[in-house]
Structures are given as structure tokens and as C-alpha cells.
Design a protein around this ligand. Structure first.
Ligand code: FES
Length: 213
């Protein structure tokens, strides 16, 4: 039968060996820095940040894929008219033009294309035609140079007036009052075989200079 010579606990280990082990453990604890267990709220916050980062990355990836697709879908909308009518547009017979003031003519292009469609008989806009002292036609665009409203001829006052912000122009199209930064826009006109032909154009609005759109 084995004799218990140790610390009386009956584990069979000598007392001196147990004390040495305890001392070694204590020494080891001193050498190892104590690592504090992570606090639960810190862990939760970290998880939330990671979740947010994941969501943000997902949104960025979807956006990066969607932008080119959206641009491709609306691409033609950003383009100007791809093919304007060639040459002058018929605006009637010179002989029919009155000599006592401007007359409004709605221009219709026999052949025009925009970003999507090819059209025949496409309405372009209205112009004012009048005969000069030399008997030759003059043409003014009806588009207000201020912000593009329709300018009306007021025969009683013998002037053009824009109802939007009250710009006014004399019979030759020169600005007489209002916020328009320039006079009405003249359009090129010629007579071919007794017919008046107008070269339709639009201009950038609200600028003192005249730049074709
Ligand atoms: S748009 Fe004609 S005055 Fe403003």
C-alpha cells in the first residue's frame, strides 16, 4: 500500500512539488499581461460598422453598374437634332407678303430628324416675315431672346411684345424695353422663283451675343 507523505490531500504528489508548481503558475501570471475580455458594447459597435461598410459597398457597386445603363437608356435625349432640314424652308410667295407690317408664318419642315425619329411635315416654329423698303423680305424669329417665350406682334402699338417678362421690340426687332439682353433674332431669308425661303435656326437665350443652338 502506498504511503501518503504529501500535503494530506491524498493526491499522491509530494508537498514540495505542489508548492513549486503553484509558484511557477504565479510567476507565469506575472509575466503574461492580463488581456481584458472585450466589452459587449464594443463588439456590437464593431459589428454595426462592418455591416454598414458592407451595405455601403453594395450600394456603390449597384450604382456603378446602374449609371452607365441609365446613361445608355437616355443617350439620345442629350443629343441635339441630328439632321436639320437642308436649305431654306418655304414660307410662301413674296407677292403675298403685306407691306404694312409683319405677318406670322408657321414654318413646317418637309423633312426633319430628331434624336429618335425621322419626320415629314415637322413643325419647327413661328417666324415673322415682312417686306423691307427695298421690297425684299425680312424675317425675325418669334422666340424671345430672353427666356424663349413666344413674342407677339401688337399691330395697334406697332411693336413686338413678350408676355412673359414684358420685353418689347420695335418693328425691326430692336429691343426697346424689358429684360431681354438683345433684340429679336433675325433669320436668313432668300427668294427663289418668287418663293420666300427661310433658314430656320434657334439661338442660345439670355445672352447678349447670338449663338446658334
Ligand atoms: S421670355 Fe420674353 S421677356 Fe422673358
Amino acid at each position: 500500500m502506498a504511503e501518503d507523505k504529501g500535503d494530506g490531500k491524498g493526491d499522491g504528489e509530494p508537498a514540495s512539488t505542489g508548492a513549486a508548481a503553484a509558484s511557477a503558475h504565479a510567476e507565469e501570471r506575472k509575466l503574461k499581461p492580463e488581456i481584458a475580455p472585450e466589452r459587449e458594447d464594443v463588439v456590437t459597435t464593431r459589428r454595426q460598422v462592418m455591416k454598414l461598410c458592407t451595405v455601403a459597398l453594395g450600394v456603390a457597386a449597384v450604382g456603378a453598374a446602374a449609371v452607365p445603363a441609365a446613361l445608355a437608356a437616355v443617350y439620345p435625349a442629350g443629343r441635339r437634332t441630328v439632321r436639320a432640314p437642308e436649305g431654306g424652308i418655304d414660307a410662301g410667295a413674296l407677292a403675298d407678303l403685306p407691306s404694312d407690317g409683319p405677318v406670322r408664318v408657321d414654318l413646317v419642315a418637309a423633312d426633319a430628324s430628331d434624336a429618335w425619329l425621322h419626320k415629314t411635315a415637322a413643325p419647327l416654329g413661328a417666324v415673322y416675315l415682312m417686306k423691307g423698303a427695298d421690297g425684299q423680305p425680312r424675317c425675325l424669329s418669334s422666340v424671345c431672346p430672353h427666356l424663349g417665350c413666344f413674342v407677339e406682334w401688337e399691330a395697334a402699338k406697332k411693336h413686338f411684345a413678350c408676355p412673359c417678362h414684358n420685353s418689347a421690340f420695335d418693328v425691326a426687332g430692336a429691343r426697346t424695353s424689358g429684360p431681354s439682353p438683345r433684340g429679336m433674332d433675325p433669320l436668313e431669308v432668300e427668294v427663289v422663283d418668287g418663293r420666300v425661303k427661310v433658314r430656320w435656326a434657334r439661338f442660345v437665350t439670355n445672352t447678349p451675343g447670338r449663338t446658334k443652338v
